[in-house]
Design a protein around this ligand. Structure first.
Ligand SMILES: NC(=O)c1ccc[n+]([C@@H]2O[C@H](COP(=O)([O-])OP(=O)(O)OC[C@H]3O[C@@H](n4cnc5c(N)ncnc54)[C@H](OP(=O)(O)O)[C@@H]3O)[C@@H](O)[C@H]2O)c1
Length: 272
């Protein structure tokens, strides 16, 4: 079982020495740092002696990371912000402009929602909230930090979902539309920014055991990456030359799934 897991979910460990070489003394902004993948990312970057600007709503979790970073000799700032709140996001952007420099922006905060459209008649807010968290915050933070990133030839790394590479499944319209909007934005931004040495990268993340996915009992019992392993993927993507990350099997199965999408739609229509 462990061997199969390692084939489907290969690890991307980076030595601490290499991480320190890449991140020591660099300013790294992370959204969704309070738990799950973003939390593990922050913990690893503290070991690598990066300076951190930590963003999420849960103040206690951010504060404890802040002290951990300070105790490790890193510089750190945290901001408890609901990224769906447009005024609060504007204020956050003003604060980010005060940073001396920014080398990496990890846009990782995310909201997942599974609800079919006939159950969403009075729930337009679900679509607004998902879009604001998963897409609008990416655009706002990237636009704010683009002068800094241009100076440092920095990188934006977006945590997307592997599910956007496959035919759309019932119930996922809000989540997939927001992630797909972000994917397209990242690819377009990369085309523009790369002229100035700034790269925008997308991690098409497969299943990861976190609070987000484990609410679904089926997902909870499936093999998956741990949050730490997923954080390692984000770091691996940040420091290599690739413009995106997806597991090897997605490269093979995604075009096949597109080819057989009429069959997939038939299954969804009759069995989901
Ligand atoms: N888990 C998976 O299987 C999986 C697969 C593919 C992609 N992803 C993506 O990976 C990213 C990280 O997810 P995760 O699995 O680590 O989930 P998680 O454990 O639920 O963490 C989500 C993070 O986003 C923050 N967040 C959510 N809404 C926010 C808001 N309105 N304002 C500010 N911060 C907000 C949360 O902090 P607060 O609640 O403290 O605000 C938390 O730190 C997401 O973008 C997700 O879509 C996950």
């Amino acid at each position: 079982m462990e061997i199969i897991k390692r084939i489907i979910y290969p690890q991307h460990n980076i030595s601490l020495k290499n991480l320190q070489k890449q991140f020591e003394g660099k300013w790294v902004v992370i959204t969704g740092a309070s738990r799950g993948i973003g939390y593990e990312l922050a913990k690893t970057l503290i070991l690598a002696k990066a300076n951190l600007f930590l963003i999420a709503r849960s103040e206690d979790a951010l504060k404890s990371l802040y002290f951990e970073a300070k105790n490790a000799g890193c510089d750190a700032i945290y901001e408890s912000v609901d990224l769906r709140d447009r005024d609060a996001l504007d204020q956050l952007c003003k604060e980010l402009k005060q940073l001396p420099s920014v080398d990496y922006l990890f846009v990782n905060a995310g909201k997942s929602i599974h609800r079919k459209l006939f159950d969403s008649i009075d729930r337009l807010h679900d679509f607004d909230r998902t879009m604001d968290t998963n897409y609008r915050s990416l655009v706002a933070l990237s636009l704010t930090l683009q002068p800094c990133l241009k100076t440092s030839k920095g990188k934006i790394i977006y945590t997307s979902s592997i599910s956007t590479l496959f035919p759309s499944a019932p119930g996922w319209s809000a989540y997939h539309a927001s992630k797909e909007a972000a994917n397209v934005w990242c690819k377009t931004a990369d085309a523009e920014y790369s002229t100035f040495g700034v790269r925008v990268k997308v991690a098409y993340m497969p299943l990861v055991h976190t609070a987000m996915s484990d609410v679904n009992v089926t997902y909870k019992n499936m093999p998956a990456y741990s949050a730490k392993e997923a954080a390692d993927i984000l770091l691996y993507l940040a420091i290599n030359r690739r413009h995106c990350y997806m597991p090897w099997w997605a490269r093979v199965s995604s075009p096949i799934a597109t080819l057989v999408s009429p069959l997939v739609r038939f299954v969804y229509r009759h069995f989901c």
